[in-house]
Design a protein around this ligand. Structure first.
Ligand code: ADP
Ligand code: MG
Length: 598
């Protein structure tokens, strides 16, 4: 071992750079944050060769006074906090005072700035092992330009990890996109090799903000997203929540900002996943752009050098607030609710290739709580809406006023025993009757369970069922749980079960198959820790048994009853597996198909 020595300044900074400056995009992130902290409302970014040869960020912020300039490039030098208390309520994006020093140690950096009103400013560069700053006069309007050339020229090991120009530029674009989503009030430009990639004006109206989101996340997202705005106990949540049917195969359209800072956080992802868990097709990912604003003192941002993670002081209430706001919003989405309507003409539903068959069950995720569920129906109501759709419900009037037509309209016919065709005020409605009925049955079973347990009905002749010993033991052990779900099951022998009662809603279904599927669910779900989740999974399976099968002929009255039930049922825009239950073709879209000018 050799003697202990102090590292020279450059090397110390290079080591620090290892944490913050991973690739060109990280430089852009730090520079954009500095520009925003400086109060800029116009920022221009120029990139050459994916950022490998040049990165330049120019802003119209407050600039840096000449006297402060040497310190700007020094490590542990910042204008943003002064003491520990400041750190506990940081409102700026930066505060560590090490970005510029780190970047300067692994590139050729020039910072030109002007904190006054004239055109004359100063330029700073650092050079040598001690990173002494060279200062000289330079012309610059009020604001700052930072130019970073030849990133990693003196750290070849780092340089080796860089990918192609295209990939690196992709990362830069993503960084810019996040900042653009976090600050609608700032105009942003991005150029690559002299070509304009994004030119975003500042936004003041909702309309303009929505347009920016459409530019950055695609128009299909905005068309199929529900705006949200919720507040409680000092927390405010707003933004856009993608409809469950606009799900994605990857978690690539998920933006979550805490006080303007884009973050990845387990607590947040968990709350969001949980809110979607009952409506999302298995294995799919929701899309969202969400903003959480709270008192800076309520969140610790000094958790990670890149500041991608945060720690909430009161994680529990943040989680509850996120979950309940999103869960409520998604539950409210039913036909007729504003913006809840999927369209054929819009982006294809689940555009990135949904699998053909639904997985047997969704709900590997932690359980949702139903504390925010609407008042449950009485036993009488549930009994009334028994399995089949019969003449209990009124059918279509002869000719109604347009405004009297319900959102899903009145049934015209049934197609191939699978789809209901209906007419509403706008045009044609198509409903997948099995999917829709399955959701309705599922929601009812859940409500009934939460209210007083699922109403049961004794079988005239109890059904005896041959099962494996393991299944028999399971059924015996879980008898109380099954009873809550409406299944009265007793063990009649080492490998024999006796079904005595079934849910009223499911009395028409194949009892034997139903119980076998339920036991299979219980075996695979292992319900010990996640009672509600597996209960939902079981109810979902049961609902599938109870739902009208394909090729069953429904009368017009039955079809209309189903449509009315859909309108009244939460989450009825998706079946239990997250597939859409209905879609529409407006008259204008139909006219378009026939090249008919109207
Ligand atoms: P931090 O942002 O954590 O303070 P940086 O190393 O990124 O640390 O920047 C150091 C200091 O330089 C900042 O605190 C700020 O005072 C100043 N600075 C950096 N960039 C700009 C800019 N674009 N406009 C005005 N001041 C800037
Ligand atoms: Mg900074």
């Amino acid at each position: 071992m050799s003697r202990i020595q102090l590292l020279n300044t450059r090397l110390a900074n290079q080591i620090a750079a290892g944490e913050v400056v991973e690739r060109p995009a990280s430089v852009i992130k730090e520079l954009l944050e500095n520009s925003l902290d400086a109060g800029a409302d116009r920022i221009e970014v120029d990139v050459e060769s994916g950022g490998l040869s040049l990165l330049r960020v120019r802003d119209n912020g407050v600039g840096i006074a000449e006297d402060d300039l040497p310190l700007a490039l020094a490590r542990h030098a910042t204008s943003k906090i002064h003491e520990l208390e400041d750190l506990e309520r940081v409102a700026t994006l930066g505060f560590r005072g090490e970005a510029l020093a780190s970047i300067a140690s692994v590139s050729r950096l020039a910072l030109t700035t002007n904190a006054g009103d004239g055109a004359s400013g100063w330029q700073a560069r650092s050079a040598g092992r001690d990173m002494a700053v060279e200062l000289g006069p330079a012309a610059h309007p009020r604001g700052t330009t930072v130019e970073v050339r030849d990133l990693f020229f003196n750290t070849p090991a780092r340089r080796k990890f860089l990918r192609t120009e295209k990939t690196e530029f992709g990362h830069i674009e993503e960084v810019l996109k996040r900042q653009a989503l976090s600050r609608f009030d700032v105009a942003l430009q991005l150029r690559h090799n002299g070509r304009s990639i994004h030119s975003l004006n500042s936004c003041t109206t909702d309309m303009e903000r929505q347009r920016r989101v459409a530019l950055l996340c695609g128009p299909a997202f905005v068309e199929q997203a529900i705006p949200i705005e919720a507040a409680r106990g000092g927390l405010r949540l707003w933004g856009w929540v993608g409809l469950p049917t606009f799900s994605r195969s990857q978690a690539d359209l998920q933006y979550f900002f805490v006080n303007g800072r884009v973050i990845r956080d387990r607590l947040v992802s968990h709350a969001v996943r949980q809110a979607y868990q009952d409506v999302l097709y298995g294995g799919r990912h929701p899309a969202f752009v969400l903003y959480l604003d709270l008192d800076p003192a309520g969140v610790d941002v000094n958790v990670h050098p890149t500041k991608h993670e945060v720690r909430f002081r009161d994680g529990r209430s943040v989680h509850d607030f996120l979950f309940s706001s999103l869960h409520r919003l998604l539950a409210e989405q039913r036909p007729g609710a504003p913006r809840a309507a999927p369209t054929l003409a819009g982006a294809p539903l689940m555009a990135d290739a949904a699998p053909e068959a639904a997985p047997p069950l969704q709900g590997r995720m932690p359980l949702a709580r139903w504390q925010s569920a609407p008042p449950s129906p009485s036993r009488g109501q549930v009994l009334e809406q028994m399995n089949t759709y019969g003449a209990l419900h009124p059918s279509a009037p002869e000719a109604g006023e347009a405004q009297d037509v319900p959102p899903l309209g009145y049934a015209l016919a049934q197609l191939k025993g699978v789809y209901i065709l209906a007419e509403n005020a706008d045009g044609l409605i198509l409903v997948d009757m099995h999917a829709a009925h399955e959701r309705i049955t599922y929601e009812r079973l859940k409500q009934a369970r939460d209210a007083q347990g699922v109403p049961r009905q004794p079988l005239l002749v109890p059904r005896s069922l041959a099962v494996s010993q393991r299944e028999a033991e399971l059924a015996e052990r879980e008898a109380a749980f099954l009873a809550e779900l409406g299944l009265e099951v007793a063990r009649a022998g080492p490998e024999t079960l006796l079904v005595r009662e079934v849910p009223v809603l499911l009395r028409e279904s194949d009892v034997e198959q139903l119980l076998r599927d339920v036991l299979a669910d219980l075996l695979s779900e292992g319900r010990s820790t996640r009672v509600q989740e597996s209960a939902n999974a079981v109810l979902s399976t049961m609902a599938c048994h109870g739902a009208v099968r394909a090729n069953r002929r429904l009368s017009l009255a039955e079809m209309n009853a189903l449509l009315r039930d859909m309108e009244a049922t939460e989450r009825s825009g998706q079946c239990n597996h997250g597939r859409p239950t209905w879609t529409r073709l407006s008259l204008a879209e139909l006219d378009g198909l026939f090249l008919r000018g109207r």
